[in-house]
Design a protein around this ligand. Structure first.
Ligand code: ATP
Length: 369
């Protein structure tokens, strides 16, 4: 793309609160682009998800997939609905299909606490967390998705798959992320989180990790079993920096990370591959609050900032990186000034959260790095 081209963004709002949180995210992205200047967006919205499957017999229509493939990045709300299932009873989850289709091996799940949030842990150090979980997102135990076997109603098997082809780029990506964080004052540690003491698949995961560690001597390679990591995420989460782990372990640990931030509505994510990337909040469609304008759009907004980080790095567009910083600064400012979504016992609904973030962004005193 040339320096003047707009970023072409495929927008897949999905189901439930996916729709509700997408609108604020786009408004904040537009406002950040307007304030920083030098770049713009072309949003291309497509319907996909469980409701689309119910109404049209397909969850991820070809037009949505084609646009996603052509776009510079994909923004996704949330997909799935409890009562709508495939004939075999499995969930409608095109967001998982996209990970496999585009080889999005690195699920980046930052755990960064916002100012003035209710304390989740008693220790004061837990008010300032800043670490990242990288969840491998195309294989591991999820390789068995749709392939599990139940024999004679007596035995069930799902098989975990760990490959060198995925692990090498995954670990390289993770070491590079630790390097980028170190350059900004991070700890410079990458921990391999596994269960290498029990399973051959995880011993192999760790072996490949060790091989790649040799290429990044400036980063300290660390090791932890997943059970000990769950303990440390509660006992001393402030000591963590970057963690890389298998798909299923990452699925579980990243929800624990969301809990440390205040809830699912605070947890952004990026699913990154060699060419494509999807940016979506960690949460699902939240049927229990859908349609009530109570969803917290913070995770979606912060996922939009992660999209700008990725686009800025990939295309060498400094203004996109600045806009990402601006969005995070505006979110921080809004919370520091007392924003309190329903999710944490406040009275700020989806639109109020968006309004406060937009107001914070328009403040002249908000610094753009
Ligand atoms: P999935 O299986 O797709 O992850 P889920 O039903 O297990 O979906 P979520 O949809 O993420 O999980 O919801 C978990 C809980 O978190 C629900 O009580 C939901 O209301 C709450 N929640 C999720 N996202 C938000 C949000 N953005 N704002 C407020 N509450 C949220």
């Amino acid at each position: 793309m040339s320096a003047n081209d707009a970023f072409h963004i495929a927008v897949l709002p999905g189901d439930g609160i996916g729709h509700e949180v997408m609108q604020p995210c786009i408004a904040v992205l537009e406002a950040a682009a307007a304030r920083v200047g030098g770049f713009s967006f072309r949003f291309d919205t497509h319907q996909a998800g469980a409701i689309h499957y119910r109404d049209h017999g397909i969850a991820l229509p070809k037009s949505a997939l084609d646009t996603s493939r052509r776009a510079d990045a994909i923004l996704l709300g949330a997909m799935g609905w409890p009562a709508i299932r495939y004939p075999d009873g499995t969930e409608i989850a095109p967001q998982l299909d996209l990970r496999f289709e585009f080889g999005l091996f690195a699920g980046v799940r930052p755990v960064r606490t916002l100012p003035s949030m209710p304390a989740i842990l008693a220790d004061k150090r837990a008010a300032h967390l800043d670490f990242v979980i990288i969840r491998e997102s195309t294989e591991g135990l999820f390789a068995s998705r749709g392939k599990g076997v139940v024999t004679d109603d007596r035995e069930a098997r799902d098989t975990m798959v760990i490959t060198r082809d995925v692990c090498e780029p995954l670990f390289d990506f993770s070491f590079r992320l630790a390097q980028q964080r170190k350059a900004r004052g991070g700890k410079g540690i990458l921990a391999c989180v596994d269960k290498a003491n029990v399973f051959a698949s995880f011993a192999f995961f760790r072996k490949v990790f060790n091989e790649r560690a040799g290429l990044f001597p400036d980063i300290r390679a660390d090791y932890a079993y997943v059970d000990a990591t769950a303990l440390d995420m509660v006992r001393r989460p402030w000591a963590l920096d970057v963690l890389v782990t298998e798909n299923m372990f990452g699925d579980i640990l990243s929800d624990l990370g969301a809990g440390l931030m205040g809830g699912m509505g605070f947890a952004p994510s990026a699913d990154i591959g060699a060419e494509h990337a999807v940016f979506q909040p960690c949460h699902g469609t939240a049927p229990d609050i859908a349609g009530q304008s109570k969803a917290n759009p913070t995770a979606m907004i912060l996922s939009g900032a992660m999209m700008l980080d990725w686009l800025g790095e990939k295309h060498g567009r400094k203004e996109a990186l600045q806009a990402a910083e601006l969005i995070r600064a505006a979110v921080d400012r809004a919370f520091a000034e007392g924003l309190k979504p329903y999710e944490i016992g406040g009275t700020d609904g989806t639109f109020e959260v968006a309004r406060h973030v937009l107001e914070a962004m328009s403040q002249k005193t908000l610094e753009v790095a």
